[in-house]
Design a protein around this ligand. Structure first.
Ligand SMILES: NC(=O)c1ccc[n+]([C@@H]2O[C@H](COP(=O)([O-])OP(=O)(O)OC[C@H]3O[C@@H](n4cnc5c(N)ncnc54)[C@H](OP(=O)(O)O)[C@@H]3O)[C@@H](O)[C@H]2O)c1
Length: 256
């Protein structure tokens, strides 16, 4: 997620690579990222943070307890932007005392090509400067939306984890095509281009997804046969159940 954010920031030229610094945990991902994108890597960020205005936190929620105390202390007076699923603003305020404000965000990975969707909530109203800085960062990833904090886990269940649902659905369409006799490359191309085209059509049309679906569904036709099969398996209930599982897991992560 951190690499998606940084890639977006550099692509949109909101910051130069030299203006961005990162650290990482035991797997050394930060050093590799710094080498790939030309940003600054520091095993201990605390000395660098002294002059930084904004701190973006992008470890896993379970790794929060393992962050060095120097890093926590260095967050004082900074704007803290967190992408951690499930971790509340109150928990972040306890972990990082004295920040000037905290923003809890839920971005998604299409942000790395500027096609992301981020929901965010703030601890208190942001100053105009911080609002501007936040929007510059989030707009580098794509679109963004301010929500109430108690809605963030629901945002996770749609846009945060949603790209993975679409990837899985695309792979399922590819597998279905292969089962019907197509080779991998052909089925893969057809599935990906279909998802891409349908997504663009939804984004550009003033009609909703159901209207667009109805427009391609002739009574007793081929699409109707497929949609009837979805209905028989209660596709909407399957998706809602998956989203509820995602929502519950986000809540659990905040408590672990
Ligand atoms: N994946 C998504 O689509 C998505 C969407 C929205 C939000 N999120 C949130 O984004 C966060 C990161 O997820 P991810 O999938 O990007 O996980 P990830 O690839 O495992 O990244 C976690 C990063 O945190 C670093 N880290 C771990 N312990 C650290 C420590 N003690 N000090 C400094 N850095 C440390 C890791 O470094 P090493 O690998 O080098 O140890 C790694 O670079 C999670 O909180 C998740 O809830 C993810």
């Amino acid at each position: 997620m951190a690499s998606a954010i940084i890639q977006g920031l550099i692509n949109k030229k909101h910051y130069t690579p030299e203006e961005i610094a990162c650290t990482s945990g035991p797997r050394g991902s930060g050093a590799k990222l710094a080498e790939r994108l030309g940003i600054v890597y520091a095993a201990d960020l605390a000395p660098l943070i002294k002059d930084a205005s904004i701190l973006v936190l992008a470890c896993k929620p379970q790794q929060l307890d393992l962050l060095p105390p120097t890093l926590r202390a260095a967050a004082a007076q900074k704007l803290l932007i967190s992408v951690l699923a499930g971790t509340t603003i109150a928990q972040l305020a306890k972990e990082f005392p004295g920040t000037r404000n905290i923003v809890r965000t839920m971005p998604n990975t299409p942000g790395q090509i500027g096609a992301g969707m981020t929901g965010y909530a703030t601890a208190t109203n942001l100053s105009p400067e911080d609002q501007q800085a936040l929007e510059a960062i989030l707009s580098a990833l794509g679109k963004h939306l301010c929500v109430k904090e108690d809605q963030i886990d629901a945002v996770t269940a749609i846009s945060g984890s949603g790209p993975a649902y679409i990837f899985e659905f695309t792979a399922a369409m590819r597998e279905g095509g292969i089962a019907l006799g197509l080779d991998f490359e052909t089925a893969n191309l057809l599935a990906i281009e279909t998802v891409l085209g349908a997504a663009k059509l939804m984004a550009e049309s003033d009609q909703g997804p159901e209207d667009l679906r109805n427009a391609v569904t002739s009574p007793k036709g081929t699409t109707a046969a497929a949609l009837d099969s979805f209905s028989a398996s209660d596709l909407r209930a399957i998706v809602a159940k998956a989203q509820a599982a995602c929502h519950n897991r986000a809540r659990e992560l905040g408590r672990e």
